[in-house]
Design a protein around this ligand. Structure first.
Ligand SMILES: *Cc1c(COP(=O)(O)O)cnc(C)c1O
Length: 397
């Protein structure tokens, strides 16, 4: 079997008849058949091929095939957004009266699915602490069907011990779902540890340039058959153009992640040595509370550095206002570095106590470290810290 980087580049859809070296975009809603018998066989599932782009398309098929090779999965689906991938990884496997266990500190919209949507069908949830798999036993009920996790978490970078979580899920016969967006398959492959379903927001590092939305679900073939009913008939299809774009981006995922991660590691080191920073979180920096686990299950530390400035909420906002190059945006996983202040934006609807329970303090800032030169990234951070300095200089008179 070819290596990760080679699969990412050499896995391609069948070419059309014009000898294109780069796979074309198949911008077509439907496909044609040779004759009535061929069409019958296609609809009966007796012949291979595409019928209608809500079901499949050569560009989305190429993307699925690539991500399956990267994650070590059997089959998968693309969706229009990451959230549609999360939703379709969960809902096909639940019915009224079921219960799920989810690690606290899941993505904001995943929290909304658990708290606002599933209760309409009388599906209940229990949150457990991501760092402490031992405590999850208490959450198991007779009707528990699924374990829903995300590692590293957004924005607190809490890790789940995938091996322990896989054993827990197996022991209690739970479907184990991992949102692997923050790691990408280059850094971590949850299926190795027993995950049944892996979902992604391809909007982030998979596209990597902040251009398109997309989602992907991969896992065992039998599970994908269950998901197929939902995907085909509720229609969250990914555009062939977006699939083409993301598939092209995956050709450079490994080199981009190498640079995102080496830049992020340098930023973490800079913060660690700076008196204006109260705390820095980066999985591959020794100060991370789960550093050993991060080294074990993550090839690299990822592209996000979360840090807390001295001076809390007001300082964090003042710091962001002094940033000159780095973008102020809510996205992440872009070639451009981006800062976000979770407590006044993405997590502002939570109460202070809820924010603290998921590790979000008022002075916390999430930095998605981009691919600019490291000296320019650190230079921008440094000048903004200097301009908003709190720690008064000790002057000797
Ligand atoms: C962004 C994100 C999502 C949602 O993805 P969209 O493409 O924005 O719908 C889900 N999970 C995680 C961890 C994310 O970062």
């Amino acid at each position: 079997m070819k290596k990760f980087e080679t699969q990412a580049i050499r896995t391609q859809a069948d070419r059309s008849h014009n000898r294109e070296h780069s796979v074309p975009t198949y911008m077509t809603s439907s496909f044609m058949f040779d004759d009535a018998e061929h069409m019958r066989a296609m609809f009966a599932g007796e012949a291979e091929g595409n019928i209608y782009s809500r079901y499949s398309n050569p560009n989305t098929d190429e993307l699925v095939k690539k991500v399956c090779l990267m994650e070590g999965a059997e089959a998968g689906f693309t969706t229009a957004s990451g959230m549609s991938a999360v939703f379709n990884s969960i809902v096909p496997f639940l019915k009224t009266g079921d219960h799920v266990i989810a690690t606290r500190a899941v993505f904001g919209s995943t929290h909304q699915i658990l708290t606002q949507i599933l209760p309409r069908w009388n599906i209940t949830y229990t949150y457990v602490e991501p760092e402490d798999v031992g405590s999850w036993e208490e959450a198991v009920q007779a009707n528990t069907k699924m374990l829903i996790t995300e590692t590293p978490s957004n924005p607190g970078l809490a890790l789940i011990d995938l091996e322990a979580a896989g054993e827990f899920a197996k022991k209690h016969d739970l479907l184990f779902c991992v949102d692997n967006c923050f790691a990408t398959p280059y850094i971590q492959q949850p299926i190795k540890y027993g995950a049944d379903l892996v979902c992604h927001s391809a909007t982030k590092w998979m596209d990597g340039q902040g251009r398109v939305l997309g989602g992907i679900i991969v896992g065992k073939e039998a599970l994908m058959k269950e998901i197929q009913v939902f995907i085909r008939h509720s229609g969250p299809a990914m555009s062939p153009f977006n699939a083409w774009m993301i598939s092209k981006s995956l050709e450079t995922l490994a080199v981009r992640m190498d640079r995102h991660c080496s830049n992020a590691k340098k930023v973490a080191r800079f913060f660690d040595e700076n008196a204006e920073i109260k705390r820095v979180l980066y999985p591959h920096h020794p100060s991370h509370p789960q550093y050993k686990l991060a080294r074990k299950q993550m090839k690299l530390g990822g592209g996000i550095v979360t840090f807390e400035v001295v001076g809390g909420y007001d300082r964090a906002k003042a710091f962001i206002d002094e940033i000159s190059m780095i973008s102020l945006s809510s996205n992440l996983g872009d070639a451009r570095s981006i800062v976000t202040h979770p407590s006044s934006t993405t997590h502002s609807k939570l109460s202070e106590a809820e924010r603290l329970s998921v590790g979000i303090t008022p002075g916390m800032i999430r930095l998605s470290v981009g691919l600019e030169h490291i000296e320019d990234i650190i230079g921008d951070l440094k000048q903004a810290l200097d301009k908003t300095k709190i720690k008064a200089k000790v002057t000797v008179s």
